[in-house]
Design a protein around this ligand. Structure first.
Ligand code: B12
Ligand code: SF4
Length: 453
């Protein structure tokens, strides 16, 4: 049996490769191989495919630590967002290269398409359309974040033959798809990913846990992983050692929601193992770490193990909203975390702090005060525009308030544009926040807005 796995393009107003790798698909590939399947991957976000040399200005260069710009093509906006006065792009490999790559692959018995952000579904649809065009009759299954958060939309509009709306649903699809091989398939949610399918392995993702002990009303983590699970530190370390030996990895980006949760038995022993192994790797946490869990011991171990990119989740400095938005941090905990990092030898100007802007009920003043609070403490503020995720309490609240209608297309779940619908926090507020946030010094190559240009 042969499977073709596809990591689709990103369609967005802006996108940057901040360690974006198709971890879910790579795990699936490893599971399929264990079950005796042959697998191929078309990674539409590959910046290093050898054939990209034939296309001018198509990426292929890293800025820092394995991050870099995607190649892009301007495309027409769909009618749902046609009125937005910004250019819209398809990020990733040229569309024609997809078809060239697909035509080289022997006909697969199954196509598996992954997905990340819900509002990137046009890339999913385009990948499915092309795979069906090249391999008519091959069943195509869609999985990942988009169908898990928007199952109804994915079933109606993606073009997939089957949609996996839960984490472990693939096996159940064997009956409708009449693929007996799938019935025996057991994919370990933490099996070592098939990184050999990637063109470049100098920077790789790592997930040591799933889920989070908090339940913030704007976040999808409690929906995606209601029961947090942690891997054994020894098992994670052996995956890291394998990444270093087999793939010559230099940079590792953690994909955990709550990396520091239960630190004494989880991240601390892991960092000790890395520090004493002599491995030359840099560690990065593009997701916000929990300040509350950042003790002096954890900070010292982070330094010793090679932590390079540190982001802390603060969201707001307003004590009332801190309690309303999940109660995960407060002023003493945040100051303590910064002090611990500083004592461990991290320069605070390199510590990025995520701040939310445009949360329901939040006003401009609060956001600007939070930016100043972070800057006064010596760290670097990164603001993040709020966008609603279906199934979260805030999404329901905005529906009740009439900001979100039943027919709101997932394209509007994009944080680059959601505020355009939200009259109490409009474009003028966003302009002022951008101004406040860029007032301080920015090291070269760094941006003040989270993950976006
Ligand atoms: C790591 C991560 C990132 C990484 C990049 C990840 C990536 N590959 O794109 C970084 C830090 C860059 C990132 C950035 C952002 N992220 Co993010 N991120 C995550 C996180 C924590 C994990 C995602 C992940 O890769 N998990 C690991 C894999 C193994 O798990 P999985 O994808 O769930 O896959 C499982 C199943 O779905 C299945 N599966 C996966 N693929 C397939 C395919 C098939 C065919 C099948 C059958 C099964 C299957 O197998 C897996 C094992 O069970 C999630 C939260 C979460 N808990 O999931 C948020 C999340 C996806 N991010 C989110 C957001 C909002 C963002 C940002 C917009 C934040 C911001 N404001 O800037 C940016 C946007 C990125 C950009 N460049 O523009 C939201 C998504 C919202 C939405 N509307 O879709 C999430 C859900 C977090 C949240 N707050 O709720 N993110
Ligand atoms: S602490 Fe972070 S990951 Fe956990 S629920 Fe809140 S926002 Fe989500």
């Amino acid at each position: 049996m042969r499977a073709l796995l596809i990591n689709p393009w990103i369609y967005d107003f802006a996108a940057y490769d901040l360690w974006i790798r198709p971890l879910g698909l790579l795990r699936l590939a490893a599971g399929l191989r264990t079950a005796g399947w042959k697998v191929s991957l078309i990674d539409c976000l590959d910046r290093f495919h050898p054939l990209l040399r034939e296309y001018p200005r198509r990426g292929g260069r890293n800025d820092l630590y394995g991050c870099g710009k995607f190649g892009k093509t301007e495309v027409e906006k769909p009618p749902e967002i046609a009125a937005v006065e910004r250019r819209w792009y398809r990020y990733g490999i040229p569309a024609e290269l997809f078809t060239r790559l697909a035509e080289k692959i022997p006909r697969p018995d199954l196509a598996l398409v992954g997905s990340a952000m819900t509002y990137w579904y046009p890339g999913v649809r385009e990948a499915l359309r092309r795979v069906k065009e090249t391999f008519p009759g091959t069943p195509a299954v869609l999985g990942g974040i988009y169908p898990r958060l928007c199952p109804g939309h994915a079933r109606r509009f993606s073009g997939a033959d089957a949609v996996c709306a839960t984490a472990g649903e693939l096996k159940a699809l064997s009956v409708p798809l009449r693929l007996p091989g799938l019935a025996k398939l057991k994919v370990d949610p933490f099996s070592s990913p098939a990184f050999d399918l990637l063109s470049d392995t100098s920077a790789l993702p790592l997930q040591t846990s799933r889920g989070c002990p908090f339940s913030c009303p704007y976040c999808a983590s409690p929906l995606l992983d209601p029961e947090p699970v942690r891997r054994r530190p020894e098992e994670v370390f052996s995956e890291i050692a394998g990444m270093a030996e087999k793939y010559r990895v230099e940079d590792i980006a953690f994909y955990d929601d709550a990396l520091l949760s239960g630190a004494e038995t989880h991240i601390n022993p892991l960092l000790k193992m890395i520090a004493s192994s002599g491995l030359k790797i840099r560690l990065h946490s593009p997701n916000g770490l929990h300040a509350r869990f950042l003790t002096a011991e954890t900070a010292e171990l982070m330094k010793a193990a090679g932590f390079t990119t540190i982001r802390l989740g603060l969201e707001t400095s307003c004590p009332r909203r801190q309690r309303l938005e999940g109660n995960k941090v407060d002023d003493p905990a945040f100051r303590r975390a910064l002090k611990n990092l500083q004592r461990a030898g991290f320069g605070l100007s390199g510590v990025g702090v995520y701040i939310m802007a445009g949360l329901p009920g939040q006003n401009l003043r609060e956001v600007v005060e939070t930016i100043e609070y972070v800057r006064d403490l010596g760290a670097e503020p990164f603001f993040d525009l709020y966008s609603p995720i279906p199934g979260t309490p805030h999404y329901a609240r905005l529906e009740d308030e009439g900001v979100i209608g039943v027919d709101m297309d997932p394209l509007w779940q994009n944080n680059s544009i959601f505020y355009l619908r939200y009259r109490s926090f409009g474009p003028e507020d966003v302009r002022k926040i951008r101004q406040a946030s860029s007032a301080g010094p920015t090291p070269p190559g760094r941006r003040k807005e989270r993950s976006r240009s």
